[in-house]
Design a binder for this molecule. Structure first.
Ligand code: AVJ
Length: 337
Protein backbone atom coordinates (compact mmCIF):
# COMPACT_ATOMS: atom_id res chain seq x y z
CA UNK A 1 0.00 0.00 0.00
CA UNK A 2 1.30 3.47 -0.80
CA UNK A 3 1.85 5.73 2.15
CA UNK A 4 3.25 9.12 2.88
CA UNK A 5 5.70 8.99 5.74
CA UNK A 6 6.86 12.43 6.75
CA UNK A 7 8.61 11.97 10.09
CA UNK A 8 8.78 15.38 11.69
CA UNK A 9 11.66 14.98 14.09
CA UNK A 10 11.18 17.12 17.18
CA UNK A 11 13.85 16.01 19.65
CA UNK A 12 12.51 12.90 21.37
CA UNK A 13 9.40 12.85 19.16
CA UNK A 14 9.07 11.38 15.66
CA UNK A 15 5.64 12.03 14.15
CA UNK A 16 4.78 9.95 11.08
CA UNK A 17 1.73 10.85 9.06
CA UNK A 18 0.76 7.50 7.61
CA UNK A 19 -2.76 8.28 6.44
CA UNK A 20 -3.10 6.47 3.15
CA UNK A 21 -2.65 8.70 0.11
CA UNK A 22 -6.10 9.80 -1.02
CA UNK A 23 -7.38 9.87 2.55
CA UNK A 24 -9.11 13.18 1.76
CA UNK A 25 -11.04 11.59 -1.08
CA UNK A 26 -11.32 8.49 1.13
CA UNK A 27 -13.61 10.52 3.40
CA UNK A 28 -15.58 11.81 0.39
CA UNK A 29 -15.95 8.33 -1.09
CA UNK A 30 -17.01 6.75 2.22
CA UNK A 31 -19.58 9.51 2.78
CA UNK A 32 -20.94 8.94 -0.72
CA UNK A 33 -21.17 5.19 -0.24
CA UNK A 34 -22.66 5.52 3.24
CA UNK A 35 -25.35 8.04 2.36
CA UNK A 36 -26.36 6.15 -0.78
CA UNK A 37 -26.62 2.88 1.16
CA UNK A 38 -29.94 1.60 2.46
CA UNK A 39 -30.08 2.06 5.46
CA UNK A 40 -27.78 5.11 5.52
CA UNK A 41 -24.56 4.89 7.54
CA UNK A 42 -21.32 6.74 8.33
CA UNK A 43 -18.15 5.43 10.00
CA UNK A 44 -17.31 6.42 13.60
CA UNK A 45 -13.63 7.09 12.81
CA UNK A 46 -14.80 10.29 11.10
CA UNK A 47 -16.06 11.72 14.42
CA UNK A 48 -12.52 12.74 15.29
CA UNK A 49 -11.83 16.01 13.50
CA UNK A 50 -10.45 18.72 15.76
CA UNK A 51 -13.81 19.65 17.32
CA UNK A 52 -14.87 15.99 17.50
CA UNK A 53 -11.70 15.05 19.39
CA UNK A 54 -12.37 17.86 21.89
CA UNK A 55 -16.02 16.85 22.27
CA UNK A 56 -14.89 13.30 22.98
CA UNK A 57 -12.59 14.62 25.74
CA UNK A 58 -15.68 16.40 27.17
CA UNK A 59 -17.71 13.15 26.99
CA UNK A 60 -15.06 11.49 29.15
CA UNK A 61 -15.83 14.04 31.90
CA UNK A 62 -19.62 13.52 31.84
CA UNK A 63 -21.25 12.02 34.95
CA UNK A 64 -23.13 9.48 32.79
CA UNK A 65 -20.09 8.31 30.80
CA UNK A 66 -18.55 5.91 33.37
CA UNK A 67 -16.08 3.92 31.15
CA UNK A 68 -13.23 6.45 31.27
CA UNK A 69 -13.41 6.86 35.05
CA UNK A 70 -13.79 3.12 35.63
CA UNK A 71 -10.77 2.28 33.48
CA UNK A 72 -8.74 5.06 35.04
CA UNK A 73 -9.58 3.61 38.47
CA UNK A 74 -8.35 0.17 37.34
CA UNK A 75 -5.10 1.51 35.89
CA UNK A 76 -4.50 3.71 38.96
CA UNK A 77 -4.91 0.74 41.26
CA UNK A 78 -3.31 -2.11 39.26
CA UNK A 79 -0.77 -0.56 36.85
CA UNK A 80 2.20 -2.18 38.65
CA UNK A 81 0.53 -5.60 38.57
CA UNK A 82 -0.42 -5.18 34.91
CA UNK A 83 3.09 -4.17 33.87
CA UNK A 84 4.70 -6.96 35.91
CA UNK A 85 2.46 -9.54 34.23
CA UNK A 86 4.67 -9.07 31.14
CA UNK A 87 8.27 -10.13 31.66
CA UNK A 88 11.38 -8.16 30.82
CA UNK A 89 12.17 -4.71 29.40
CA UNK A 90 9.28 -3.23 27.48
CA UNK A 91 8.28 -1.11 24.53
CA UNK A 92 4.80 0.42 24.83
CA UNK A 93 2.46 0.50 21.83
CA UNK A 94 -0.97 2.15 21.96
CA UNK A 95 -3.76 2.00 19.38
CA UNK A 96 -6.12 5.00 19.55
CA UNK A 97 -4.18 6.85 22.23
CA UNK A 98 -6.16 10.14 22.08
CA UNK A 99 -5.10 12.37 24.98
CA UNK A 100 -3.11 9.43 26.45
CA UNK A 101 -4.20 10.51 29.93
CA UNK A 102 -4.83 6.96 31.19
CA UNK A 103 -1.58 5.80 29.56
CA UNK A 104 0.36 7.81 32.15
CA UNK A 105 -0.34 5.20 34.86
CA UNK A 106 1.21 2.47 32.68
CA UNK A 107 4.20 4.61 31.63
CA UNK A 108 4.94 5.43 35.27
CA UNK A 109 4.72 1.76 36.27
CA UNK A 110 7.14 0.74 33.49
CA UNK A 111 9.59 3.51 34.38
CA UNK A 112 9.85 2.10 37.91
CA UNK A 113 11.39 -1.00 36.32
CA UNK A 114 13.55 0.40 33.51
CA UNK A 115 15.45 3.64 32.85
CA UNK A 116 14.19 4.37 29.30
CA UNK A 117 11.02 3.68 27.37
CA UNK A 118 9.93 3.92 23.74
CA UNK A 119 6.23 4.81 23.44
CA UNK A 120 4.57 4.16 20.06
CA UNK A 121 1.09 5.73 19.88
CA UNK A 122 -1.20 5.40 16.84
CA UNK A 123 -4.15 7.82 16.49
CA UNK A 124 -6.47 9.05 13.74
CA UNK A 125 -6.05 12.66 14.94
CA UNK A 126 -2.60 14.13 14.17
CA UNK A 127 -3.37 17.14 16.39
CA UNK A 128 -4.37 15.03 19.41
CA UNK A 129 -1.25 12.92 18.85
CA UNK A 130 1.14 15.86 18.72
CA UNK A 131 -0.43 17.62 21.72
CA UNK A 132 -0.48 14.50 23.90
CA UNK A 133 3.07 13.54 22.86
CA UNK A 134 4.47 16.94 23.83
CA UNK A 135 2.75 16.78 27.22
CA UNK A 136 4.12 13.27 27.87
CA UNK A 137 7.67 14.24 26.89
CA UNK A 138 7.49 17.20 29.28
CA UNK A 139 6.50 14.89 32.14
CA UNK A 140 8.86 12.01 31.43
CA UNK A 141 12.48 12.80 30.42
CA UNK A 142 13.15 9.04 30.05
CA UNK A 143 10.54 8.74 27.30
CA UNK A 144 11.02 8.67 23.53
CA UNK A 145 7.99 8.74 21.22
CA UNK A 146 7.49 7.35 17.74
CA UNK A 147 3.95 8.49 16.83
CA UNK A 148 1.82 7.40 13.86
CA UNK A 149 -1.13 9.52 12.68
CA UNK A 150 -3.52 7.31 10.75
CA UNK A 151 -6.22 4.71 11.23
CA UNK A 152 -5.41 1.47 13.04
CA UNK A 153 -4.43 -0.48 9.93
CA UNK A 154 -2.34 2.39 8.52
CA UNK A 155 -0.56 2.45 11.88
CA UNK A 156 0.01 -1.31 12.09
CA UNK A 157 1.35 -1.37 8.52
CA UNK A 158 3.83 1.42 9.18
CA UNK A 159 5.20 0.16 12.52
CA UNK A 160 8.97 -0.19 12.60
CA UNK A 161 11.01 -2.81 14.44
CA UNK A 162 10.79 -2.46 18.20
CA UNK A 163 14.10 -1.95 20.10
CA UNK A 164 15.98 -5.21 20.40
CA UNK A 165 15.55 -7.28 23.53
CA UNK A 166 12.27 -5.63 24.53
CA UNK A 167 8.82 -7.15 24.89
CA UNK A 168 5.94 -5.15 23.45
CA UNK A 169 3.02 -4.25 25.67
CA UNK A 170 0.22 -3.07 23.38
CA UNK A 171 -2.65 -1.00 24.78
CA UNK A 172 -6.12 -0.85 23.26
CA UNK A 173 -8.00 1.05 25.93
CA UNK A 174 -11.33 2.75 26.49
CA UNK A 175 -13.37 0.00 24.84
CA UNK A 176 -12.23 1.32 21.47
CA UNK A 177 -12.67 -2.29 20.33
CA UNK A 178 -16.41 -1.79 20.87
CA UNK A 179 -16.70 0.00 17.52
CA UNK A 180 -15.96 -3.35 15.79
CA UNK A 181 -18.48 -6.14 15.29
CA UNK A 182 -17.27 -9.68 16.04
CA UNK A 183 -15.71 -10.26 12.59
CA UNK A 184 -14.01 -6.87 12.49
CA UNK A 185 -12.67 -7.35 16.03
CA UNK A 186 -11.22 -10.76 15.11
CA UNK A 187 -9.64 -9.35 11.97
CA UNK A 188 -8.11 -6.44 13.89
CA UNK A 189 -6.79 -8.62 16.73
CA UNK A 190 -5.23 -11.02 14.19
CA UNK A 191 -3.53 -8.08 12.45
CA UNK A 192 -2.24 -6.80 15.78
CA UNK A 193 -1.10 -10.32 16.77
CA UNK A 194 0.99 -10.43 13.55
CA UNK A 195 3.11 -7.45 14.63
CA UNK A 196 3.62 -9.01 18.08
CA UNK A 197 5.81 -11.95 19.12
CA UNK A 198 4.95 -14.81 21.45
CA UNK A 199 5.36 -13.47 24.98
CA UNK A 200 4.26 -9.94 24.04
CA UNK A 201 0.89 -8.84 25.40
CA UNK A 202 -2.17 -6.73 24.75
CA UNK A 203 -4.01 -4.87 27.49
CA UNK A 204 -7.56 -4.70 26.17
CA UNK A 205 -10.11 -2.35 27.77
CA UNK A 206 -13.63 -3.73 27.30
CA UNK A 207 -16.86 -2.28 28.61
CA UNK A 208 -19.16 -4.85 30.25
CA UNK A 209 -22.80 -5.70 29.58
CA UNK A 210 -25.11 -4.07 32.09
CA UNK A 211 -28.58 -2.53 32.62
CA UNK A 212 -29.92 -0.81 29.47
CA UNK A 213 -30.75 2.39 31.43
CA UNK A 214 -27.13 2.86 32.51
CA UNK A 215 -25.84 2.24 28.98
CA UNK A 216 -28.38 4.46 27.25
CA UNK A 217 -27.67 7.33 29.66
CA UNK A 218 -23.92 6.95 29.00
CA UNK A 219 -24.53 7.52 25.28
CA UNK A 220 -27.36 10.07 25.58
CA UNK A 221 -26.27 12.43 28.35
CA UNK A 222 -28.47 15.15 29.84
CA UNK A 223 -26.25 18.03 28.65
CA UNK A 224 -26.34 16.86 25.06
CA UNK A 225 -22.57 16.62 24.65
CA UNK A 226 -22.77 13.19 23.02
CA UNK A 227 -25.55 14.50 20.76
CA UNK A 228 -23.23 17.32 19.66
CA UNK A 229 -20.36 14.84 19.15
CA UNK A 230 -22.58 12.70 16.93
CA UNK A 231 -24.16 15.55 14.92
CA UNK A 232 -20.73 17.17 14.46
CA UNK A 233 -20.33 14.60 11.65
CA UNK A 234 -22.88 16.64 9.68
CA UNK A 235 -20.95 19.85 10.38
CA UNK A 236 -17.76 18.15 9.20
CA UNK A 237 -19.45 17.04 5.96
CA UNK A 238 -20.71 20.62 5.45
CA UNK A 239 -17.19 22.02 5.86
CA UNK A 240 -15.12 19.43 4.02
CA UNK A 241 -17.54 18.38 1.30
CA UNK A 242 -19.42 21.63 0.77
CA UNK A 243 -22.78 20.32 2.00
CA UNK A 244 -25.80 22.09 3.52
CA UNK A 245 -26.97 19.88 6.41
CA UNK A 246 -28.88 21.90 9.00
CA UNK A 247 -27.86 20.09 12.22
CA UNK A 248 -30.94 21.55 13.97
CA UNK A 249 -33.14 19.40 11.71
CA UNK A 250 -31.53 16.17 12.94
CA UNK A 251 -31.52 14.55 16.38
CA UNK A 252 -29.28 12.15 18.25
CA UNK A 253 -30.87 8.71 18.74
CA UNK A 254 -29.48 5.89 20.89
CA UNK A 255 -30.75 2.39 21.64
CA UNK A 256 -29.26 -0.60 23.46
CA UNK A 257 -29.80 -3.89 21.64
CA UNK A 258 -29.69 -6.21 24.63
CA UNK A 259 -29.79 -9.46 22.63
CA UNK A 260 -26.57 -8.61 20.82
CA UNK A 261 -25.06 -6.41 23.55
CA UNK A 262 -24.51 -3.29 21.46
CA UNK A 263 -25.34 0.39 21.92
CA UNK A 264 -26.40 1.67 18.50
CA UNK A 265 -26.12 5.38 17.70
CA UNK A 266 -27.92 7.17 14.90
CA UNK A 267 -28.58 10.65 13.50
CA UNK A 268 -32.33 10.94 12.82
CA UNK A 269 -34.01 13.34 10.41
CA UNK A 270 -36.75 15.35 12.16
CA UNK A 271 -38.68 15.87 8.93
CA UNK A 272 -38.74 15.07 5.27
CA UNK A 273 -35.90 17.04 3.66
CA UNK A 274 -33.15 16.90 1.08
CA UNK A 275 -29.50 17.87 1.50
CA UNK A 276 -27.02 18.87 -1.20
CA UNK A 277 -23.40 17.74 -1.04
CA UNK A 278 -21.50 20.01 -3.45
CA UNK A 279 -18.22 18.12 -3.73
CA UNK A 280 -20.05 14.85 -4.39
CA UNK A 281 -22.63 16.43 -6.74
CA UNK A 282 -25.24 14.60 -4.68
CA UNK A 283 -28.75 15.34 -3.54
CA UNK A 284 -29.69 13.14 -0.57
CA UNK A 285 -33.34 12.70 0.43
CA UNK A 286 -34.45 11.97 4.00
CA UNK A 287 -37.89 10.80 5.07
CA UNK A 288 -39.20 12.02 8.42
CA UNK A 289 -37.68 9.76 11.10
CA UNK A 290 -35.11 8.27 8.72
CA UNK A 291 -31.80 7.47 10.42
CA UNK A 292 -28.11 7.44 9.57
CA UNK A 293 -26.29 4.77 11.59
CA UNK A 294 -23.09 6.33 12.97
CA UNK A 295 -21.70 4.05 15.69
CA UNK A 296 -21.84 0.66 17.37
CA UNK A 297 -20.46 0.32 20.90
CA UNK A 298 -20.33 -3.41 21.71
CA UNK A 299 -20.43 -4.59 25.31
CA UNK A 300 -18.75 -7.77 26.55
CA UNK A 301 -18.72 -10.52 29.15
CA UNK A 302 -15.64 -12.42 30.30
CA UNK A 303 -16.50 -15.65 28.41
CA UNK A 304 -16.83 -13.70 25.17
CA UNK A 305 -13.47 -12.05 25.79
CA UNK A 306 -11.78 -15.43 26.39
CA UNK A 307 -13.24 -16.74 23.13
CA UNK A 308 -12.11 -13.65 21.23
CA UNK A 309 -8.56 -14.10 22.60
CA UNK A 310 -8.47 -17.80 21.70
CA UNK A 311 -9.64 -17.11 18.14
CA UNK A 312 -6.94 -14.53 17.46
CA UNK A 313 -3.68 -16.00 18.80
CA UNK A 314 -3.93 -14.81 22.40
CA UNK A 315 -5.00 -16.17 25.78
CA UNK A 316 -6.77 -14.04 28.36
CA UNK A 317 -4.46 -14.59 31.33
CA UNK A 318 -5.66 -11.87 33.73
CA UNK A 319 -8.60 -9.50 34.11
CA UNK A 320 -8.93 -6.52 36.45
CA UNK A 321 -12.27 -4.82 37.24
CA UNK A 322 -13.21 -1.50 38.82
CA UNK A 323 -14.93 -1.48 42.22
CA UNK A 324 -18.43 -1.34 40.67
CA UNK A 325 -17.54 -4.02 38.10
CA UNK A 326 -18.65 -1.90 35.17
CA UNK A 327 -15.48 -2.16 33.06
CA UNK A 328 -12.73 -4.74 32.43
CA UNK A 329 -9.01 -4.49 31.67
CA UNK A 330 -7.84 -7.74 30.13
CA UNK A 331 -4.33 -9.06 29.63
CA UNK A 332 -4.22 -10.99 26.34
CA UNK A 333 -0.91 -12.87 26.14
CA UNK A 334 0.37 -13.55 22.60
CA UNK A 335 0.79 -17.32 22.19
CA UNK A 336 2.26 -19.58 19.48
CA UNK A 337 4.46 -18.48 16.57
C1 AVJ B 1 -14.17 5.77 21.89
C2 AVJ B 1 -15.46 4.08 20.79
C3 AVJ B 1 -14.85 3.80 23.08
O1 AVJ B 1 -18.08 3.79 22.06
O2 AVJ B 1 -17.88 4.35 24.14
C4 AVJ B 1 -18.52 7.71 23.42
C5 AVJ B 1 -17.01 6.54 21.67
N1 AVJ B 1 -19.32 7.50 21.43
N2 AVJ B 1 -19.74 8.25 23.40
C6 AVJ B 1 -17.58 4.48 22.95
C7 AVJ B 1 -18.25 7.22 22.18
C8 AVJ B 1 -20.23 8.13 22.19
C9 AVJ B 1 -16.50 5.49 22.59
N3 AVJ B 1 -15.26 4.80 22.06
Amino acid sequence: MSQTSVPASLGRLDLHKVLRIKTESGFAEEVRRGLLAQPKKLLPKYFYDELGSQLFEAICLLPEYYPTRAENEILGRYADEIVNAVEGRKTLLEMGSGSAFKTRRIIEAILKEQSHLLFVPVDISATALETSSRVLLQSYPALRIEAYAGDYYDGLNALRERPEGTRTLALFLGSNIGNFDADEANKFLCALRKVLRAGDALLLGADLKKEPEVLEAAYDDALGVTAAFNRNLLVRINRELDANFNPRLFRHYVTYNEEVGVVETYIESLREQSVQIGKLALDIRFAEGERIHTENSYKYDLDGLSRMAAETGFTRTRTWLDEREQFSSNLFLAVGG
